[in-house]
Design a protein around this ligand. Structure first.
Ligand SMILES: *[C@@H]1O[C@H](CO)[C@@H](O)[C@H](O)[C@H]1NC(C)=O
Ligand SMILES: *[C@@H]1O[C@H](CO)[C@@H](O)[C@H](O)[C@H]1NC(C)=O
Ligand SMILES: *[C@@H]1O[C@H](CO)[C@@H](O)[C@H](O)[C@H]1NC(C)=O
Ligand SMILES: *[C@@H]1O[C@H](CO)[C@@H](O)[C@H](O)[C@H]1NC(C)=O
Length: 407
C-alpha cells in the first residue's frame, strides 16, 4: 500500500496538467530514480515483514501463555504458592486448572467406572493435596443381573453423571477466553475451567414471589425438584402440592360403619353414633344424621331433647384468612313463628361465632385464623318457636380438621 502510493505520487508529478513537457526530467533520469525507489522499498518491505513476523511470534507466545495459565494471569505478580498438579485417575479425568492454595480440583470417572475416594481435593497450606488420591473402579457388570441391586452411577452415555462440578466450555475470542456452562451450572468463581452447580433452592429461597416449591425444594446437580408431604401429590407444574383424596381413591382403612373424611394431607375414619339421653332415644336415618324417636306422652325431658342431630365434617388448610363462613344452617320448612340460632358448646371457643344470615338461616363463622394441625368442634343449634313456646330443637355437630400446612 505504502509503495503503490509512492509510485502513484511520482507518476502524477510527471503527468501534472499544465506542467511543461520540456521541464519534465528525462526518461533515463526517471528510470534511474524509479530503480532507486524500488530498491529502497524492497529493503523496507523485507524489514517490515521481518518485524511483522517477530511481532506475530511474540503474540503467539503471549497467547499460548494466556491459555496455559488461565485466570492465573491476574494474580501472576503475587506468585502465590501452588501445589503440584495431581494426577488424574486412570479411566477418569480431573477438572480444575488452578492449583493455588485453597483451590480445589475435582475428579470424574469415565462411563462404566465409579469413583473410589474423594471427589474433590483441596490444595492445602502445606502445598499438599487434601485426602487420598482417588481411583476409578470398574462397575461390576454382573450387578445388572441382580434386579435388587441399584447402581448409583449412571452408566448410560446419554445421561451425564450427576456431579456438582463439571468442566466448562471455553472459546478464545480476541485474546480473551469466554467460558460457558450447561444449564443449571455457573462458572466457578475460583476457576474458569469449572462449572459449579447452581443451588436453585437457595437462590429462590428468600424471594416469596419466586419461591420454587410450595413445600420443599431439593437441589440436585444441575437442577432441583420439589417434594410434597405425605398425603399430597406433586401438581402438574412440578412445584405445587395437591391433596390426595384417600376416601375417593379407596386408599383408606375405614370400615363400612365408619365415615371416611378426606382432610388436607390425610383422612379420618369417623364413627357417627347417635347420642343416648336418659329420656330420649335416637335412630340413625342417614350416615350423618340421627332423629329422635317419638316421645312417650308426658315425658318432658324427651320433648326437650333435639329432634335431630346432624354431623358435619369439614377439612380446611392451616392459617386460613378470616372471617369466613364455614357452614350454613337453615330450616327447610318453618312450622312456628320464629327461629332462633345459637352456639352450644365448642372445642375451639373464640374461633367461632354464629350469625343470622336470613330469616330462615344462620351461619357458623370462623373468626380467628387456626394454625394446624388442629381439630375444632362446634355445635350449632336451631330452635323453632311458636308464641315463645319451643316446638323443636335441631343440633348440628361440626368438626373442623385443620391441615398442618397452608395447602
Ligand atoms: C503455541 O501453541 C501452538 C499449539 O499449542 C504451537 O503450535 C505453537 O508453536 C506455540 N507457539 C509458541 C510461540 O510457543
Ligand atoms: C391401615 O391399617 C393398617 C393395619 O392396621 C396400618 O398398618 C396402616 O397404616 C393403615 N393404613 C392407613 C392408610 O391408615
Ligand atoms: C324420664 O322417663 C321416665 C320414664 O321412662 C319418667 O318416669 C321420668 O319422669 C322422665 N323424666 C323427665 C324429666 O321427664
Ligand atoms: C398466617 O397468615 C398471615 C397472613 O396471611 C401471615 O402473615 C402469617 O405469617 C401466617 N402465619 C403462619 C404461621 O404461616
Amino acid at each position: 500500500m505504502y509503495s503503490s502510493g509512492l509510485f502513484l505520487l511520482i507518476f502524477i508529478t510527471c503527468q501534472m496538467p499544465g506542467s511543461q513537457s520540456q521541464e519534465c526530467v528525462s526518461r533515463q533520469e526517471v528510470q534511474s530514480t524509479l530503480r532507486h525507489v524500488h530498491k529502497l522499498l524492497s529493503a523496507h518491505e523485507t524489514s517490515f515483514l521481518q518485524s511483522v513476523r517477530s511481532l506475530r511470534k511474540k503474540l503467539d507466545l503471549l497467547h499460548n501463555n494466556t491459555i496455559k495459565h488461565g485466570s492465573n494471569i491476574n494474580a501472576g505478580k503475587n506468585s502465590t504458592p501452588i501445589c503440584l498438579p495431581p494426577n488424574p485417575p486412570a479411566n477418569g479425568r480431573m477438572l480444575g486448572q488452578v492449583f493455588k492454595v485453597g483451590h480445589e480440583v475435582h475428579f470424574l470417572c469415565n462411563p462404566g467406572f465409579q469413583l473410589s475416594g474423594p471427589e474433590t481435593r483441596e490444595c492445602l497450606d502445606s502445598l499438599r493435596w487434601s485426602g487420598e488420591e482417588p481411583t476409578c473402579q470398574r462397575i461390576d457388570a454382573g450387578a445388572h443381573n441382580n434386579p435388587t441391586t441399584s447402581i448409583p452411577t449412571s452408566t448410560s452415555p446419554s445421561s451425564p453423571p450427576s456431579v456438582s462440578v463439571r468442566p466448562s466450555r471455553c472459546i478464545e475470542f480476541q485474546d480473551s477466553m469466554h467460558c460457558t456452562c450447561e444449564q443449571g451450572y455457573s462458572i466457578s468463581r475460583q476457576d474458569r475451567s469449572l462449572c459449579t452447580d447452581i443451588d436453585e433452592c437457595e437462590l429462590f429461597r428468600m424471594t416469596q414471589a419466586g419461591r420454587l416449591c410450595l413445600h420443599m425444594c431439593m437441589n440436585t446437580a444441575g437442577s432441583y425438584y420439589c417434594q410434597c408431604p405425605t398425603g399430597y401429590s406433586i401438581s402438574k407444574d412440578n412445584r405445587g402440592c395437591q391433596d390426595i383424596d384417600e376416601c375417593e381413591t379407596a386408599a383408606h382403612n375405614c370400615t363400612k360403619d365408619q365415615v371416611c373424611v378426606n382432610t388436607f394431607g390425610g383422612h379420618r375414619c369417623m364413627v357417627v353414633e347417635c347420642p343416648r339421653f336418659r329420656n330420649a332415644s335416637y335412630i340413625k336415618t342417614s350416615p350423618l344424621q340421627c332423629e329422635r324417636n317419638p316421645c312417650v306422652q308426658g315425658n318432658k325431658a324427651c320433648l326437650k331433647a333435639p329432634l335431630s342431630i346432624s354431623f358435619h365434617f369439614m377439612s380446611v388448610v392451616s392459617n386460613m384468612s378470616t372471617p369466613r363462613v364455614l357452614f350454613r344452617v337453615s330450616a327447610a320448612r318453618v312450622l312456628g313463628d320464629a327461629l332462633r340460632f345459637g352456639l352450644l358448646g365448642s372445642r375451639g371457643a373464640g374461633h367461632f361465632t354464629l350469625q343470622r344470615s336470613s330469616r330462615q338461616s344462620g351461619e357458623l363463622l370462623l373468626v380467628e385464623p387456626v394454625q394446624g394441625p388442629a381439630t375444632l368442634e362446634a355445635e350449632v343449634e336451631m330452635s323453632e318457636l311458636e308464641r315463645r313456646t319451643l316446638l323443636g330443637r335441631y343440633v348440628t355437630k361440626v368438626t373442623l380438621f385443620v391441615s398442618p400446612y397452608s395447602f
